[in-house]
Design a protein around this ligand. Sequence first.
Ligand code: ADP
Ligand code: ZN
Length: 434
Amino acid sequence: MEQYWQKEIETASREQLTAWQNERLVNTVKRVYENVPYYRAQMEKAGITPDDIKSIDDLHKLPFTYKSDLRDTYPFGLFAVPMEQVATMHASSGTTGKQIVAGYTENDLAIWGDICARQLAAVGCEKTDIVHVSYGYGLFTGGLGLHRGARRIGAVALPVSSGNTARQLTIFQDFGSNILCCTPSYAMYLGESLEEAGIPLDKIKLKAGIFGAEPWTEEMRRMIEKKLGLKAYDIYGLTEIMGPGVAYECSCQKGMHVNEDHFIIEVIDPDTGEVLPKGSEGEIVFSCITKEAFPLLRYRTRDIGVVNYETCECGRTFCRMSKPRGRSDDMLIIRGVNVFPSQIETVLMREGHSPNYQLVVDRINNLDTLEVKVEVTADVFSDTVANLTKAEKKLADSIKSLLGVAVKVTFCAPNTIARSTGKAVRVIDNRKLH
Ligand code: ADP
Ligand code: ZN
């Protein structure tokens, strides 16, 4: 039986959702125009005033907000409330450059707690459950975000944070953690560590995992589920918009429900900026319509995905976004072929390899090269050189035939690729160093 945190909102009719969105968008646009000089200037440049925005049909008239706008106004230039109303701040982990700072009022925090509680309810979290949060605590949004969600739903919020893997395993066993929240790469590492420590699954009580903050594949999901003995759910979010919980997966696991009462999602052509017809793949753009401290409008996430508006079997009416394949700036262009690391991951796992891999990109004699380093088991690694070379070639051929890009595959000994307790570092691009 599907559980909801706020059923009347999560299953509201499309008419009701649209009515909320219209009203909230109009108010937010007015508010930023009045309180954020930068936004006012951008709107003036685009030749519009708040009077031009009467409903969500006018959304496309608003200028986009880019990451560069956040850098230009660093640190607090886009805050829409005076500092005395700001309750806390978070900052992006800076995966792709200078950190950005997000402010939250008390009300923003309450909403964030709600949307994370919606995720927790969807995975079957009860008040008696121990929610083991292994996302990093601190300026990163992962830890405190899910923590607030767990408190909101009335469950036990266990602030383990990331790292100290041996202690995580002890806590699983001694405290009986029920729901694990961390990045998928750390979940994988925890699963491997359980196996290595020889701890059988009946010694732990995990039933569900909430894994996000980085791209991961269905194949990786199945492997994590097996290793940790739980059902693994995807959660999406970004610091600029709120943090984890912008979109959440239900038990149907066919995309993540976007919290449309707080955020409007659009899919655009990343080159022209044009809004694409429903069902097309493109860059995801979000507008915040209830946030007080840091309400970004038409923020270009650079995440590539698709949105599905069909009704979901779980009963929720919020549209669903696909697992983003990765950010457009994570996309590698290798001799003209576009490749996302997650596509390589899919091939590796389909061919029975481990998800412990790293991609090394370089440019040699003006030609891009891509090396796929992948860990193999001790057995495979100690095979004859001739057999190893043959197996590497076989994998390189599969990648070539599926993705259309020639790569060099190098098998590595077990545990030689660094594990991450947060977001995994999948790509080393040496081209940027030249
Ligand atoms: P940083 O930008 O420093 O990495 P964030 O933690 O705010 O900091 O990162 C947000 C980004 O993480 C998103 O824009 C998206 O690219 C990625 N992300 C978050 N959740 C998911 C998910 N479930 N699947 C794929 N990518 C995700
Ligand atoms: Zn659903």
